[in-house]
Design a protein around this ligand. Structure first.
Ligand SMILES: *[C@@H]1O[C@H](CO)[C@@H](O)[C@H](O)[C@H]1NC(C)=O
Ligand SMILES: *[C@@H]1O[C@H](CO)[C@@H](O)[C@H](O)[C@H]1NC(C)=O
Ligand SMILES: *[C@@H]1O[C@H](CO)[C@@H](O)[C@H](O)[C@H]1NC(C)=O
Ligand SMILES: *[C@@H]1O[C@H](CO)[C@@H](O)[C@H](O)[C@H]1NC(C)=O
Length: 256
């Protein structure tokens, strides 16, 4: 893979729990400069207020605002295991943040632990978009790679299959006990505008990053605009187990 990548941050951090308000990632497409188009900018604001008011009830919305060339398309989705209360507390902040971080872009995306938000003046509904990715990995390695990778592969296959069952609305999650003391937790999710086959394709592309960027790592997450995948050796999704946080060092890789 000839991907250009750069290591963005090296952080010693306490992996975010519910209260975390910092996004996990952002993308502002510099090629979509709206500073000479005030109508489009106004449409983005109107679109965002619609997303803010309508996402929580159903956990997902894909909509558009405006006419002709100035139309903007938006999508907002809560992580499938998160309550609408926890999700909606994030939405307003996300809408403010995305305008601050990408003030003049018609194509902007923001990833949070519980929530994903994007808009674009080009329609993206139902399309698999893996053009931009963010990978986080735990710098620590597992002690028994052979068994770990076997179990990880099996769990990923299982939850990917779950994610494309229509009743699960793009979400798959599961756990595997690796030993009496160690449990592997994994979650995958597609945006709900994708068909089953497109969801499966996105997840396959995302999981393939594990080998490239996260081999033998104790934790990894890959964020795309159409899906994300993650595994950890601690619980990070609902319903939560007894210990839900862990101090560790994470590295982020962003490309292109
Ligand atoms: C989106 O907006 C940018 C900047 O105004 C413009 O260059 C581009 O052609 C637009 N794309 C579409 C599909 O309208
Ligand atoms: C967008 O266009 C404006 C006016 O042409 C320019 O001043 C500004 O630097 C551009 N911003 C970006 C991010 O390219
Ligand atoms: C984990 O393994 C990688 C690749 O072998 C190595 O570069 C890295 O230093 C290891 N991490 C730790 C914390 O030992
Ligand atoms: C996590 O929970 C288990 C039992 O549920 C406990 O034995 C262990 O000490 C806990 N670990 C941390 C880091 O709190």
């Amino acid at each position: 893979m000839n991907l250009i990548y750069k290591v963005l941050l090296l952080l010693a951090l306490c992996i975010c729990n519910a209260e975390s308000t910092d996004p996990s990632g952002e993308f502002c497409n510099r090629n979509t400069n709206t500073s000479r188009n005030s109508q489009m900018s106004a449409n983005i604001d109107r679109l965002l207020s619609e997303l803010v008011s309508k996402t929580a009830s159903n956990g997902f919305i894909a909509t558009s605002f405006g006419k002709g060339k100035d139309t903007v398309f938006g999508l907002a989705q809560c992580r499938g295991d998160v309550s609408s209360t926890d999700c909606s507390s994030c939405i307003q902040d996300a809408a403010n943040q995305i305008r601050k971080r990408c003030p003049n872009q018609a194509d902007a995306r923001l990833w949070y632990e519980y929530f994903f938000l994007r808009y674009n003046n080009k329609s993206f509904n139902g399309e698999v978009d893996t053009s931009f990715s963010i990978v986080y990995f735990n710098v620590n390695n597992v002690t028994d790679p052979e068994n770990f990778n076997k179990e990880l592969g099996a769990l990923m296959d299982e939850i990917r299959a779950r994610a494309i069952e229509p009743k699960n609305e793009g979400l798959g999650k599961g756990v595997t006990k690796l030993s009496p003391f160690v449990t592997l937790y994994a979650l995958v999710q597609c945006t709900r505008d994708l068909s089953q086959i497109d969801c499966a394709q996105c997840l396959a592309i995302a999981v393939a990053n594990f080998e490239t960027f996260c081999e033998n790592r104790k934790g990894c997450r890959v964020l795309y605009s159409s899906c994300h995948v993650r595994y950890e050796l601690y619980p990070f999704f609902f319903p939560l187990g007894s210990n839900n946080t862990m101090a560790d060092t994470l590295v982020a890789i962003v490309h292109p």
